[in-house]
Design a protein around this ligand. Structure first.
Ligand code: FAD
Length: 273
């Protein structure tokens, strides 16, 4: 894959962690295949995840009532964002593929990574009212989540005590990545990493290495295209009547989010069709 660029955004504080091992495998495997790889190791960088008025330079447009996304959008247009944000945005612009490597925390991403999204993936740069989902600015890029859990895989099944993993993936994959246009590849999930055998962990790393060798050829997760929705403020960004009519009588909904009050399509957020 000579010429392709990957960014690995790593959110784990401990160098000897399994998450670091996963990031190292990703970097070395992709480099061996000719990729140019950059790593944003958020804890090592001391990345600041806290939103504040210091994220822009110069006076705010409305100092009486600082609306973060509006002020950030204006500052992005005018080149007045703080340098740590600009540095991360440049890495995203350069990347064809972004891998987010993290431990699942409270059924989501660690706060430091959420703060990276909050401060870096901002209005104007990553989305606008007119450019969302598959029309988003990152539509030519691929992105994926690679994460570890404490809970066993069975606990994240539709019958499991933690609940269906598809549900927890939806906000991150649909609400954050697909929202900005990214083609989202199926997640790489290492369940219960601390409690499995050393052989099982070695197997997880080698499965990851094998997958990475051909990652660019993978098809993304399915989405409901924007053209299926009424795309206007007046009509409300909901599925068109003709789409709803076609779905009548079907046992399953379209996606985890557009479930239409029916069962989710199984593994919709876990596997590409
Ligand atoms: C605030 C918080 C909230 C959490 N919420 C959740 C939650 O909602 N759901 C959930 O399931 N879990 C949750 N957890 C648990 C968390 O997801 C796990 O602790 C984490 O996923 C484990 O990954 P790790 O990289 O830290 O593992 P580590 O403990 O670093 O590693 C696991 C094992 O792998 C070994 N290892 C390291 N490198 C290698 C290598 N190269 N080859 C082979 N073995 C290696 C380590 O020595 C260790 O034995 C939470 C944790 C925290 C702190």
């Amino acid at each position: 894959m000579a010429g392709r660029k990957a960014l690995i955004v790593l959110a784990h504080s401990e160098k000897t962690s399994f998450n670091h091992a996963m990031a190292e495998v990703a970097a070395s495997t992709l480099r061996a295949k000719g990729w140019d790889v950059t790593i944003s190791d958020l804890y090592a960088m001391g990345f600041n995840p806290v939103l504040s008025q210091r994220d822009i330079t110069g006076p705010p447009k409305n100092p009486e009532h600082f609306v973060y996304e509006t002020e950030m959008g204006e500052a992005w247009k005018e080149g007045r964002l703080s340098s740590d944000i600009v540095a991360e945005q440049k890495k995203i612009e350069a990347a064809d593929l972004i891998i987010f490597q993290f431990p699942l925390q409270w059924l989501g991403m660690p706060a430091i990574l959420k703060g990276w999204f909050d401060r870096v993936i901002i209005q104007g740069f990553a989305y606008s009212v007119a450019t969302i989902y598959e029309q988003g600015p990152f539509q030519k890029k691929k992105a994926m989540l690679s994460f570890t859990t404490s809970g066993m895989e069975s606990t994240y099944s539709p019958k499991g005590i933690n609940g269906d993993m598809n549900v927890f993936l939806w906000p991150m994959q649909r609400g954050m990545l697909q929202f900005c246009g990214f083609q989202v590849l199926a997640p790489q999930i290492c369940y219960s990493v601390r409690y499995v055998t050393p052989e099982a962990r070695a197997q997880m790393l080698s499965a990851w290495q094998k997958r990475l060798a051909t990652i660019w050829e993978e098809k993304p997760l399915s989405i409901v295209p924007n053209s299926w929705f009424e795309m206007s403020m007046e009509r409300g960004f909901v599925l068109k009547q003709e789409v709803l009519a076609q779905q009548e009588g079907k046992k399953q909904g379209l996606t985890v989010g557009q479930h239409l009050g029916k069962a989710f399509p199984p593994s919709q957020q876990l596997k590409a069709p």
